[in-house]
Design a binder for this molecule. Structure first.
Ligand code: ADP
Ligand code: MG
Length: 326
């Protein structure tokens, strides 16, 4: 295995060149940068732990590196901001293969480069299992930041993309059944952060609240509702379920709607707009980003997330992935 020093030198050589605002990067005790004038800074961190968030048996190292970057970028997108700098803390057991680590770095740095983000530091330690912790620093115009707390009664609830794909993909990986629905497996292994969409939505002025979907629509919408002091109704018939998801769900013996509501790691955006947005927004988004958005419900007075399914109405909040649940 590469020494810690050797690895840091290697990472330093591979990290992208700086910008005039970046005064010191990898190599000192701290990185130093000048904050962009007139902007607010956004800071987020997310950790991937071996056997909790990924399995080395089926997660190729390049895709693991990509995912470590993507899940953090997704949080920046969710605020309507853009990324600037990244920090990477890496724990790996003694004897970890150098080539394997290098491939993780390749994936990680590729995604950073795709989003003009510079690796400015981190930490490299020995651990019992692989842990990849990323901190991302981004920025946004102060009056364009979208919080979870901004939704209003009567707002429409929207999601981007299709739901439940990553959860289905994970289940297929677990069963060693990866070949039939590659798009679902890809959604789990290599999620794409919705950067352009987040920024576009922040610019429209019609979005009141936004977050990304990491723990499933039921749980994440419950968070948005709580922060906004509202309840929500979701129409089961309006959940975007791809044909692949429906086929795979049947194969897995799972209800597709349940995967869509409680499956984690979609990394799509969940947002609320005023009721006037209905007609034009999907087309505008399609033209600007090539992505689909779907209206799935609305915000109400009261509390809780309620699923409307035909004539039934039942509460579904907080049923997604809970890291501390057993
Ligand atoms: P210190 O002990 O002062 O924290 P380190 O020896 O841990 O410094 O790190 C030396 C430099 O290398 C620092 O600039 C740090 O940010 C950077 N660094 C260490 N590990 C990583 C990593 N995995 N990715 C990027 N930069 C790293
Ligand atoms: Mg250190």
């Amino acid at each position: 295995m590469l020494s810690e020093r050797g690895f840091i030198d290697h990472v330093r050589r591979r990290a992208a060149a700086g910008s005039p605002e970046l005064l010191r990067s990898i190599g000192d005790d701290c990185a130093v940068f000048a904050p962009p004038a007139g902007r607010h800074l956004l800071v987020t961190t997310d950790t991937l732990v071996e056997r909790v968030h990924f399995d080395l048996g089926w997660h190729p190292p390049e895709l693991l590196g990509r995912k470590a970057a993507a899940v953090n970028l997704s949080d920046i997108a969710a605020m309507g901001g853009g990324p600037l700098y990244a920090l990477l803390s890496l724990a790996a057991p003694a004897g970890t293969d150098e080539g394997w680590l290098d491939r993780v770095m390749t994936g990680f740095l590729t995604v950073l480069a795709e989003h003009d983000t510079i690796l400015i530091g981190g930490d490299t330690v020995r651990g019992e299992q692989v842990v990849i912790s990323v901190t991302l620093i981004g920025d946004a115009a102060p009056d364009r930041i979208l919080y979870r707390s901004g939704a209003r009664k009567g707002d429409l609830v929207w999601v981007s993309g299709q739901l439940g794909e990553a959860a289905a993909g994970l289940e297929l990986c677990r069963r060693g059944d990866e070949s039939r629905w590659p798009e679902l497996v890809r959604a789990h292994l290599d999620p794409r952060p919705r950067m352009a969409l987040g920024r576009f939505l922040a610019e429209t002025g019609t979005v009141h609240a936004m977050m990304d979907l990491s723990d499933g629509l039921a749980t994440d919408l419950a968070h948005l509702c709580r922060e906004s002091g509202l309840g929500a109704e979701v129409e089961a018939a309006s959940l975007p379920l791809s044909p692949a998801l429906q086929e795979a769900a049947a194969h897995l013996g799972r209800a597709p709607g349940e995967l869509a509501l409680t499956g984690g790691e979609d990394y799509e955006l969940l947002f609320a707009t005023g009721p006037e947005a209905t007609e034009t927004l999907p087309l505008q988004v399609q033209e600007a980003t090539g992505l689909e958005i779907h209206r799935v419900g609305r915000l109400t007075a009261g509390s809780g997330v309620w699923l409307l399914d035909g004539i039934t109405r039942r509460e579904i909040g907080d049923r997604g992935y809970d890291h501390f649940a057993r």
